[in-house]
Design a binder for this molecule. Structure first.
Ligand code: TRP
Length: 440
């Protein structure tokens, strides 16, 4: 089998393309499905503050570290560590990331499949005339049927199709169109939500912190949510970083992507909580928030048909630009390290995920284990090792050269960045992690 030809390695073509793709990875079900219910379960505004603190103090340094690793090495996560730390076990961090990619994709694409079912129901007015209880039963009946697997497979096929087409002609081309569409739809929906009578209560819930709600579990959840939402800790952004041209500024890319992700999560909260409170439905209803609570609301709200349709288009698009980024980790790894073609890698990766996902789709126990192990355990662990690699192991001169494009400009953020990756981020991740797991 021919070896991968690194001189012909694909890459992003434009600055906007990089940001669209990386923000497309970050912005997904994590922002629109997971964020609101995690905020709901963890008491609202206080959680939001802890979350923002982690995004800035840990999220940005980890994201920059991933970009530095990827762009220096121009390889998949495993190959990157092998190249930057030859003969050392650091490549295992990359391998753990590839493992996490399978797990995340398996449960994430199941939820993405649910969004297709709900899009389908929206088109055919399936919620019409149903009581809240019937809409709740609809979700349970749906999950108990064979339909989720079908939608899951359809979603995997879309994902694989884009990834197979490559970086410039696949991922970049699609995310450049889909991300602006997503933003527009979200704005329309939040304006609708904010103009509902009684919307103020929801805004209060989202933004007014009640510090008595902060517990160790809340703190761990906030950290896990920050990692999950920013797509960090498993090499997605090492992979995307490896496709960024040497001319681009990695620091500003990381800031832009983080800002976009955070703003979208907050706007998603603004789109959802005012509506939830306006209709007097309690917010802490787990995964059902988006699949039960919102359809109930759409059913009662003027223009509901239209908004339900828009919302599930939004959710599907957001999920798709994320699933492609996770599959790309697997495909980059397989095609570069196992010497198979991109097409073969895509097929092999997709089939493996499909098998795992079939279990996740059928069993909520498997689903929960995959969700918890990947988001709450593997991502923080991966993130910890990544910042330790950059802060303690990799040559500082090389980090500086990567962040300043070989001294082309001054990076004011370089010194604070080093302090963060050396001390604050690893200590904070380790502490929250051990504390949250009840180890000390
Ligand atoms: N960040 C995405 C979301 O919020 C999901 C995602 C994509 C992801 N790539 C990832 C999560 C890598 C963790 C790691 O929906």
């Amino acid at each position: 089998m021919a070896k991968f030809d690194f001189s012909k390695r694909d890459g992003f073509g434009s600055k906007f393309g990089v940001i669209a793709a990386a923000a497309g990875s970050a912005i997904g079900l994590g922002n629109i499905w997971r964020f609101p219910y995690v905020v709901g379960e963890n008491g609202g505004g206080a959680f939001l503050l802890v979350y923002l603190f982690f995004v800035i103090s840990i999220g940005i340094p980890v994201m920059m570290s991933e970009f530095v690793i990827g762009r220096s090495a121009q390889r998949n996560p495993v190959g990157s560590f092998k190249k930057l730390a030859p003969g050392k076990p650091w490549y295992l961090v990359g391998l753990m990331g590839v493992g996490a990619a399978f797990m995340i994709l398996a449960f994430y694409t199941v939820v993405a499949g649910w969004t297709l079912e709900y899009l389908y129901q929206s088109v055919f007015n399936g919620f019409h005339g149903k009581s809240p209880e019937q809409i709740g039963n609809m979700f349970d009946n749906f999950r108990g049927s064979f339909r989720p697997i079908i939608w899951f497979l359809i979603f995997m096929v879309f994902t694989a199709g884009i990834v197979m087409a490559g970086i410039k002609n696949g991922i970049e081309k699609f995310t450049k169109i889909l991300m602006p569409v997503l933003f527009l739809i979200l704005i329309i929906i939040s304006v609708r939500s904010l103009t509902l009578p009684g919307a103020g209560e929801g805004m209060k819930f989202l933004f007014k912190p009640d510090f008595s709600k902060i517990t160790p579990k809340v703190i761990l959840e906030a950290l896990g949510q920050a990692f999950f939402s920013l797509s960090i800790g498993m090499g997605t952004l090492i992979t995307y970083g490896s496709y960024i041209s040497k001319k681009q500024n990695l620091t500003s890319t990381a800031f832009n992507v983080t800002m976009a992700d955070t703003i979208i999560a907050i706007i998603a909260g603004i789109a959802i909580f005012p509506a939830v409170f306006a209709f007097g439905i309690p917010p802490a209803s787990e995964e059902g928030l988006v699949f039960i609570t919102l359809p109930v609301i759409f059913e009662q709200m003027p223009g509901g048909y239209f908004f339900s349709l828009l919302f599930f288009v939004l959710l599907s698009v957001a999920a798709l630009t994320s699933t492609i980024s996770v599959l790309e980790v697997i495909v980059a790894y397989m095609s570069e390290e196992l010497n198979i073609t991109r097409k073969q890698a895509t097929i092999l990766g997709t089939v493996t995920v499909a098998v795992l996902g079939a279990f996740a789709s059928n069993s909520s126990a498997v689903f929960s284990v995959l969700n918890f192990t990947s988001a709450t355990v593997l991502l923080p662990l991966g993130g910890l090792l990544i910042v330790v690699f950059i802060g303690w192991f990799y040559n500082k001169r090389k980090v500086e050269a990567e962040l300043t494009n070989e001294g082309e400009f001054n990076s004011w953020f370089f010194k604070p960045f080093i302090l963060l990756v050396k001390y604050l981020a690893p200590i904070a991740i380790a502490a929250v992690f051990l504390y949250g797991l009840g180890i000390f």
